[in-house]
Design a protein around this ligand. Structure first.
Ligand SMILES: N[C@@H](CCC(=O)N[C@@H](CS)C(=O)NCC(=O)O)C(=O)O
Length: 195
């Protein structure tokens, strides 16, 4: 892997996905802190890196840049057990990554953002968003009651991507107390990542 720089905010699960994968695979990289709350993602310099104005972004010395956390972790894990070669396995992993971005992150991560960064109480969260978050966690708990990892028999980027915000679900007002399979999986992923 060519040397790269990660532009990210350590409070963001999307950025942590990139850090977890890069550290797990032992890559050497630079980390440039970008403060979302200070709107540093909207500066002219940053918008040149990612016109969408979002972290994470990775940049290579030859000028190539890549945004979208799940695209970045796919690229970084290419050729490793985190993203196996088998076409069907890769499609299963992608299925989890798309689900994470459409049916999990907008609810779990955004409720956390509202509570931790905007100072809302659990009761002030948007009801429809809470319902979708609860549904996502129930789905994860059902799946993980049957298996240790989301795809195959070992940790993949599907687990790392879903772990990033699920580990903080309680900060968004969601309870993991009766979701034993999710709790056990969080511990399993954390141990594997040596967090
Ligand atoms: N789908 C994107 C979402 C990225 C995203 O929402 N980034 C947030 C931080 S978690 C951000 O940069 N927000 C700053 C802004 O929108 O100005 C990904 O997975 O990378």
């Amino acid at each position: 892997m060519d040397k790269f720089t990660v532009y990210g905010d350590l409070n963001s699960g999307n950025c942590l996905k990139v850090k977890y994968v890069a550290d797990y695979l032992g890559f050497t990289y630079d980390w440039v802190a970008v403060d979302i709350l200070k709107s540093e993602t909207q500066s002219e310099d940053f918008l040149r890196l990612n016109p969408a104005g979002q972290v994470p972004v990775i940049a290579f010395e030859d000028g190539r840049t890549l945004s979208q956390s799940n695209a970045i972790v796919q690229y970084l894990s290419e050729g490793t057990a985190l993203f196996p070669d088998d076409a069907f396995t890769r499609a299963e992993i992608n299925s989890c990554l798309f689900w994470e971005q459409y049916s999990h992150e907008p609810y779990i991560a955004v409720c956390r953002f509202h509570m931790v960064y905007l100072g809302k109480t659990a009761a002030e969260r948007e009801g429809w968003r809470v319902d979708k978050g609860e549904k996502a966690l129930d789905h994860m708990n059902r799946t993980l009651s049957q298996r240790d990892w989301f795809v195959g028999d070992s940790m993949t980027i599907a687990d790392i991507s879903l772990f990033a915000y699920t580990q903080f679900a309680t900060e968004g007002g969601f309870s993991l107390q009766n979701r034993t399979a999710v709790n056990d999986w969080i511990a399993r992923v954390g141990k594997e990542l040596k967090l």
